[in-house]
Design a protein around this ligand. Structure first.
Ligand SMILES: [Zn+2]
Length: 95
């Protein structure tokens, strides 16, 4: 009996599927150069922001960085995700 997999790989599959669909729709690429120039970086940014395996790196007190693994630059670990969002929103409002 296979256990239900956790959702960590689903995101990768989604991106892969997206790339395949884009590849099919955008073939041959030179007819859709602008679409590629927009979509490829968009997919890349989405991956970096939400799916890339990275570390939380939230600065805890005493300048220590949280080293827990997370998926995506914009997300924090279970404890810091909310704080990271708050910090980013505050920064966004200030600028
Ligand atoms: Zn953290």
């Amino acid at each position: 009996m296979a256990k239900r997999r956790r959702g960590t790989k689903a995101g990768d599959l989604l991106v892969l599927l997206w790339v395949v669909v884009l590849g099919v729709l955008g073939y041959p690429p030179h007819e859709h150069l602008i679409a590629w120039m927009v979509l490829v970086p968009a997919v890349g940014l989405f991956w970096v922001a939400f799916l890339m395996p990275t570390k939380c790196t939230y600065s805890t007190q005493r300048d220590k960085l949280c080293g827990r693994g997370v998926r995506g630059k914009l997300r924090g670990c279970r404890d810091h995700g909310r704080w990271r969002r708050d910090t980013m929103l505050a920064r966004h409002r200030a600028s």
